[in-house]
Write a protein that binds this ligand. Sequence first.
Ligand SMILES: O=C(O)C1=C[C@@H](OP(=O)(O)O)[C@@H](O)[C@H](O)C1
Ligand SMILES: C=C(OP(=O)(O)O)C(=O)O
Length: 426
Amino acid sequence: MERLIPPTPSLKGTLRVPGDKSVTHRGLMLGALAQGESTLYYPLKAGDTLSTAQVMRQLGAEITEQGQHFHIKGVGLRLKEPGDVLDCGNAGTLMRLVAGLLSGQETFAVLTGDASLRRRPMGRVTLPLRQMGARIEGRENGQLAPLAIRGGGLRGIHYELPVASAQVKSALLLAGLFAEEDTEVVEPAPTRDHTERVFRHYGLPIEVEGRLIRTRRAEPFAAKDLTVPGDFSSAAFFIVAALITPDSEVTLEGVGLNPTRTGLLTVLKEMGADLSWEVTEGQDGEPVGWIRARSSQLRGVVVDPQLIPLMVDEVPILAAAAAWAAGETYIPGLEELRVKESDRVAAIAKNLQNLGVPVEAGPDWLRIRGGHVAGGGLVEPFHDHRIAMAFAVCGLPKGVTVQDAEWASISFPSFWEDLERLAGKK
Ligand SMILES: O=C(O)C1=C[C@@H](OP(=O)(O)O)[C@@H](O)[C@H](O)C1
Ligand SMILES: C=C(OP(=O)(O)O)C(=O)O
């Protein structure tokens, strides 16, 4: 579906963004492993997390919609052998985390996904999970899905992650719940720590010593309600939209402000953004609060590559901000963006060019010359929700056409409606 966005003179108002995608995936998985019934409050109900709900149902959990929430009847630590292939859709987080879970089960299961997910690297989880004792087959010797997993009999390992990836860390921690001896993961740089926080919430074994995270075999544990904060990654689109649109002020409420997610705020502040935020409560181990963004004249910056793992999904929207900044922005440390739902380095460069913005792309960097966004450009999402939303925002002040706008529903089904409301059209 193509969407024509007319030039937008201003954005005003308050928005509560949908639930956090990472926390929803984890809440569904741990609720399914728990004994008894619980409610997952304010989960994200979007393409990726509906895939997780479906997969956990196939593994024996009863997951039903209860208004906005999910009611979960857990299976306990021994999941059911699925009667059919498990379809992870577009969700990398689902495939990698559930590969960890299935490695701990004495069952046979096959994981597949859409064309994008079947291109994404799975060796980063299958290699260490095999070291733990899981039997995993897949295309290209387990590098690519479909993956066939027969788990059980795991032993803990000490594993230094070759890439900063919360998905790999989490896959190993989930497998570690079923392993003899300790499982230790060492991160090369801090990544989102939702798994560690959600383990603590359920009283599961978890110890953190600097970059080392340790877990061990879990005892059966009781179901417990979990409240999902608003997704910072979804809020990010509206933060930048308010900054680059004249005469704008947008407040986001109930947003997760976990410091392992908010690297974008640091960079936007350095760019001169009129931004404020405050943590107002802690919800089940996650800090939550509000963010306010007002129209700002941004300036280009050199981004610290250490910040990239703390804003890995926000690079497309940072590139949109850079397109409106005075001067040049240089973003290094982008090797992981090449293996997301699309090759995001290439997709960002192509969309900036479509909008008239001078850009150079290297193997793991982007250089963007701001201040040249043209009206009436075309956004090509490359089957990637974040690319669709980031460049719709980039084109907003001058008007833009977005191809395949339905991709937003992978993580943010109400995005277009929310945008129209803040633009005063609804
Ligand atoms: O653990 C998670 O929930 C996620 C981790 C990140 O991926 P990587 O672990 O591949 O960096 C991120 O890009 C993804 O959207 C969600
Ligand atoms: C990379 C993302 O998700 P996943 O890896 O779960 O597909 C994302 O949401 O931007």
